[in-house]
Write a protein that binds this ligand. Structure first.
Ligand SMILES: Cc1ncc(COP(=O)(O)O)c(C=O)c1O
Length: 344
């Protein structure tokens, strides 16, 4: 029996037996020398599924985002980015540390920036002002509770970007969640961006790795940046192999995580102190505030932990993420534990 019901993230998923078998049997070679057929297969599959010319296997989503920003920008440039975005808030400032560009931070409606406001913030470079070279969009949006950014919003921002010769990078760590939740093919989202990063190691359940996809010459350049950052890996087919299994067999399963997140949201939103609109739970992430008469968020998380339920504190309150390790019974048990603690 498992010890914890672990809602801390969709990154806690363990590889499936099929993934472990694929790892054991992977045909490998030195990938820095271009010899690893399993990595090549993963990169081709990812590029094809995401609708880009080429893709690059990277150790983490953070590295994929940082390489992309480095490749699209020059020092002294500015990057338009949403205020609660993962890149701006949770990636250890690589924009300034690695790319030496400054962020122009914009507010949003649940992660969707206003295209007019984006346009107003595109700078004409001068001796005083930076050049705006890139816009970053995050879909689904982690810190906005897994919100799906509407395709129409992305299309409008793309129009603005094209008009001004600015590139778009999509932090699509969970872009397949957006597609599965909305029913819109993933390529429709990715067409609105010049480059896309997505993670294999979140709801798709692979143990390690993310993909960066875009035009071939861009990816060739990104491969050099990856090497410069120490991300050139050798017989890395052993970790690319479960990534292939993830792409081939785990995308449709994401809907189960979404259904369970909704079920959890509907089960808890009327309990004392919970501040949550269940209509806003669209994918696998639930973020709620807690305004309880005698429990702080950290007390509540402590009490949950004593009942073997794990979740994380976030600036807006508490975050739960459903994932492959959580079944319907876990959700029901969690709702019961919430009720017992919050009503006592
Ligand atoms: C939206 C988003 N982008 C990027 C990342 C970074 O991925 P990694 O943890 O693989 O660096 C995450 C991780 O949680 C994320 O939620």
């Amino acid at each position: 029996m498992k010890k914890y019901i672990d809602f801390r993230s969709d990154t806690v998923t363990k590889p499936t037996p099929e993934m472990r078998k694929a790892m054991a049997e992977a045909v490998v070679g030195d990938d820095v020398l271009g010899d690893d057929p399993t990595v090549k297969k993963l990169e081709d599959l990812a590029a094809e599924m995401i609708g880009k010319e080429a893709a690059l296997f990277v150790p983490s989503g953070t590295m994929g985002n940082s390489i992309s920003i480095k490749a699209w920008t020059r020092e002294l440039d500015e990057v338009i980015i949403e205020a609660r975005s993962h890149i701006y808030n949770m990636e250890s400032t690589h924009m300034t540390f690695i790319s030496r560009v400054s962020p122009r931070v914009l507010p949003s409606q649940r992660g969707a920036m206003d295209p007019d406001e984006v346009e107003r913030n595109i700078k004409i470079p001068s001796v005083h002002q930076p050049r705006t070279s890139l816009i970053c969009i995050e879909n689904t949006h982690n810190n906005w509770g897994g919100a799906v950014i509407p395709l129409e919003n992305m299309k409008s921002i793309k129009k603005v970007a094209d008009k001004h010769g600015v590139r778009i990078h999509l932090d699509g760590a969970r872009i397949f969640n957006a597609s599965v939740a909305s029913g819109i093919p993933v390529k429709e989202y990715t067409q609105t961006a010049d480059s896309v990063m997505f993670c294999l190691s979140k709801g798709l359940s692979a143990p390690i790795g993310s993909m960066l996809a875009g035009p071939k010459d861009f990816i060739d350049y990104c491969r050099r940046i990856r090497k410069a950052l120490g991300g050139g890996m050798r017989q890395v087919g052993v970790i690319a192999a479960p990534g292939i299994v993830a792409l081939q067999s785990m995308v449709d399963r994401l809907k189960e995580d979404h259904q369970r997140a909704k079920k959890l949201a509907l089960g808890i939103y009327q309990l004392p102190g919970i501040q949550l609109n269940p209509d806003e739970v669209e994918t696998d992430i639930i973020i709620f505030g807690l305004e309880h008469s005698h429990l702080s968020a950290s007390n509540f998380l402590e009490k949950l932990k004593r009942k073997n339920i794990l979740a994380l504190p976030v600036p807006q309150g508490i975050r739960f993420v459903t994932n492959r390790g959580i079944d319907d019974h876990d959700v029901e048990q969690t709702i019961t534990v919430f009720a017992n603690i919050l009503n006592s």
